[in-house]
Write a protein that binds this ligand. Structure first.
Ligand code: 4AD
Length: 430
């Protein structure tokens, strides 16, 4: 009976066949331990010399790392393995004996591993990270689908920018100029006026010259947009959404979190509501913590965010940033027009900002004024202004960066390991 490693629990004490690769191997004169992987998981295959014919034992002893094979044998319980089962091998069929595999169980440098990303993805740790990523995506769809949102796909080739023009990737669109999307937000606002509550999930591109552990050139963003929801409503959606994702990973990726040696006690308490601090209070807090360099009106850098997050054991919203350092579409706070009705959500443990969001300007005259201040007279923005001409309503939205969220939940230091094929400053291959 053919099965996969993820399904072996259904075949206890039964004979099965698994298509697999050899991840690693240990052998003595009498017994060979094969670390097998099949994409769905990892299992140990045990080949005992006295239980199999000579040819099978020799195959097991001589098979090379990453060879592909069909392995047959009986599934038995094994309390020592994270999976809880092992395979007592009775026969082996080699599909291909692999050549010398470049990634050996010894330590390799990061650049070497990044050059071999197409193979590195097979390793146990990378496999676990991608499974956590997949669960975050799955539970994202679950959350928004069960809460009445419609998935809408904004374009990737655009004629205008959402977040400012300095970080745009420029390309030609036949005779016209075009840009790769850095955010689908403006289109999602149009969609919210048609469908009420919408979300998108797609790649975004930023030509940022930043070489930090939090920056990718190509990253994936989840962007919900909600009609008839104000800033406060949006914060509630965000904390419920992030809590749902964290609790789903805890529930469905226990083996992966164990492989990653993630301290799950730091995730178990991630439930709504999340703490909030205003930008003003955050500046005061930073000064108390000895940051003399920060002045009101300046944006926070990674060290500032980390210092603020240290005061909390949950993600924290920093709200009401100065209007001048934020995007043109953010609504000023009616109680203090110098600040915006916006928030960044900062993950705990130093993983930095995972969400940026705001209530949007819905007043036509104020939006026209912003267009003048930001020099957005371009035809490319005409359609966006029209959203305020035909039945404008209060609305809010946000963008969650998938890779930073994976880094935090999986406990991975650098975002380059949280996306299958990272695009970084100076790296376009493989
Ligand atoms: O704060 P940002 O720039 O917000 C927007 O783009 C809004 N238009 C979203 C919206 O309201 N619909 O980016 C949102 C998130 C950040 O919090 C961060 O998690 C992630 O996107 N992000 C990056 N992730 C990896 N590499 C980069 N270079 C990133 N830039 C932003």
């Amino acid at each position: 009976m053919k099965t996969t490693i993820s399904q072996v629990h259904k075949h206890l004490e039964e004979e099965v066949t698994i298509g697999a690769w050899l991840a690693n191997k240990r052998s003595s004169g009498k017994i060979a331990f094969l670390q097998l992987r099949d994409g769905t998981g990892f299992i140990q295959g045990v080949v005992v010399k006295s239980d199999v014919d000579e040819e099978t034992f020799n195959l097991a002893k001589n098979i090379t790392q990453e060879s592909s094979l069909y392995v047959s044998g009986k599934i038995v319980e094994d309390s020592r393995s994270p999976l809880g089962y092992e395979l007592q091998v009775s026969s082996l069929e080699v599909i291909q004996q692999a050549e010398d595999y470049p990634i050996t169980p010894k330590e390799h440098g990061t650049e070497f591993l990044m050059d071999h990303r197409h193979l590195w993805l097979r390793s146990k740790k990378q496999h676990a990270i991608m499974k956590v990523r997949n669960e975050i995506i799955r539970s994202t769809y679950e959350f928004f689908n069960t809460n009445g949102y419609t998935k809408i796909d904004p374009p990737i080739l655009t004629g205008s920018s959402a977040e400012g023009s300095t970080e745009l990737f420029h390309t030609k669109y036949f005779e016209e100029d075009a840009y790769l999307s850095q955010s689908g937000q403006l289109y999602m606002e149009a969609a919210a006026m048609a469908f009420g509550k919408v979300f998108s999930f797609g790649p975004t591109f930023r030509a940022e010259k930043s070489k930090t552990r939090r920056h990718l050139i190509e990253f994936w963003m989840i962007e919900p947009e909600m009609a008839f929801m104000d800033h406060e409503d949006s914060l509630e959606v965000q904390e419920q959404y992030v809590s749902h994702v964290v609790q789903s990973v805890l529930k469905n990726c226990a083996i992966e979190l164990q492989t990653l040696e993630r301290d799950v006690s730091k995730l178990e308490n991630i439930t709504a509501p999340f703490p909030r601090i205003t930008y003003d209070d955050a500046v005061t807090l930073l000064k108390e913590k000895g940051f003399d360099d920060i002045e009101w009106g300046e944006d926070f850098g990674a060290p500032h965010e980390t210092a603020i997050a240290e005061s909390y054991d949950k993600p924290v919203f920093i709200t009401h940033y100065p209007l001048d350092i934020k995007a043109f579409y953010m609504k000023p706070d009616p109680n203090n027009p110098d600040v915006a009705l916006c928030a960044d959500l900062i993950a705990p443990e130093g993983y930095g900002e995972i969400i940026g969001g705001s209530e949007r300007i819905n007043d036509l005259d104020l939006m026209k004024q912003r267009y003048e201040e930001h020099d957005l007279t371009d035809d490319a923005y005409k359609w966006y202004l029209e959203l305020r001409q035909y039945g404008t309503v209060p609305h809010s939205g946000f963008g969650l960066g998938l890779e930073r969220t994976v880094a935090w939940i999986a406990g991975v230091e650098h975002v380059r390991e949280t996306i299958p094929f990272p695009r970084l400053l100076n790296r376009l291959y493989p």
